[in-house]
Ligand binder design. Structure first.
Ligand code: NAP
Length: 309
């Protein structure tokens, strides 16, 4: 019998309890799963970074922290955490992100706004280009970026991806590192940012780099708020360099009511809803890692804390 602590906000427990128990049963793992277990008895910690648990030192026999979120920037710097940290790569979350990104790319590509809001009742005819005439660049070609790239490719877009290390995704122009960044920016008629928040990615979209994007391009950020220098983006919107931005994530969340993004006519704010971890599929991923821990096999989705993701 192993002990699994569920360390997330109490309101998440009703969502996760049954799927986690079902996944444990399906894997034939006998476990006590609870929100409160004596720290020195805990074998695995199912974790959300906004939980009250911030000091991992008393969890002397725990084998791993299994994060419920894809993003780990709130936990990578925790010096009390000495055991392996796995992040969430959840098929349900990935599907949600693909749908959100595709929807917002299609909004820009088809110029939908002109017809959704048309108070002058003008008969405006402007045929959009075909997807094959439009270049979408995905900044961050990881679990989420690659899934989005493949679906956009399937719709016919010209797709470029940019990552830290070299990648090979069939049909996608793969660029990487500092040397590939300028070209990725220059190609980005529609930019989708799916990078993690790390010291290397903070303010990566700033006055200089936004200025390298094509005039009148679109920016979609479901990654993390600190990727973008807010003031530089507002200046780029005002100059027309960026025609419109859809932002799902922000430096401060909820986005403060007085933040200029709310009122800017070329910004759509969505309240960090691009993709949520889905309890049923995520529970299977968590239990797969517990199974691996019990078998002495390597954990999946491990975070490299020196890189911060
Ligand atoms: P991932 O699999 O770790 O992929 C991250 C990608 O970013 C990888 O391609 C990585 O390059 C690249 N990257 C990291 N640092 C870089 C750098 N300095 N320069 C260039 N490329 C860099 O992460 P994921 O699962 O796709 O998730 C991406 C992010 O989405 C998460 O970190 C989270 O912040 C965000 N997210 C948002 C929501 C939402 O609802 N808005 C939901 C889930 C996740 P390599 O491939 O070379 O490692």
């Amino acid at each position: 019998m192993i002990n699994i602590l569920f360390a997330a906000k109490p309101e998440r427990w009703p969502t996760y309890e049954a799927p986690l128990r079902a996944a444990l049963k399906a894997a034939n793992i006998e476990a006590q799963l609870a929100q409160d277990i004596a720290p020195d008895q805990v074998d695995y910690i199912v974790y959300a970074p906004n939980s009250d648990l911030q000091d991992f030192m008393p969890y002397t026999r725990a084998k791993a922290v299994l994060n419920l979120w894809a993003g780990v920037e709130q936990i990578t710097g925790n010096e009390t955490l000495k055991i392996p940290l796995a992040r969430m790569v959840d098929p349900g979350l990935t599907k949600g992100m693909v749908e959100w990104v595709t929807g917002h790319v299609m909004r820009y590509h088809l110029g939908m706004d002109a017809h959704i809001v048309n108070p002058s009742h003008e008969w405006k005819i402007k045929t959009p280009p075909l997807a094959q005439e439009r270049e979408v660049v995905i900044f961050g070609l990881g679990a989420l970026g690659t899934a989005c790239a493949k679906v956009l490719l399937g719709l016919g877009f010209r797709v470029t991806g940019w990552s830290r290390s070299a990648k090979d995704v069939a049909g996608v122009t793969c660029l990487h590192g500092d040397e590939g960044f300028g070209e990725a920016l220059r190609r980005a008629e529609i930019a989708v940012t799916l990078l993690p928040d790390t010291p290397a990615t903070t303010d990566i979209f700033n006055a200089k780099t936004l200025g390298q994007m094509p005039h009148g391009s679109f920016l979609i950020n479901p990654g993390r708020g600190p990727l973008i220098d807010d003031d530089a983006l507002i200046a780029a919107l005002d100059s027309g360099r960026i025609a419109h931005a859809t932002l799902d994530v922000f430096r401060t969340e909820p986005l403060p009511k007085e933040h200029p993004f709310w009122a800017h006519p070329q910004v759509t704010v969505t309240p960090h809803i691009a993709a949520e971890t889905r309890a049923s599929t995520a529970s299977e991923v968590i239990v797969e890692n517990i199974k691996r821990g019990e078998q002495g096999a390597p954990f999946i989705n491990l975070v490299d804390r020196t890189l911060g993701y």
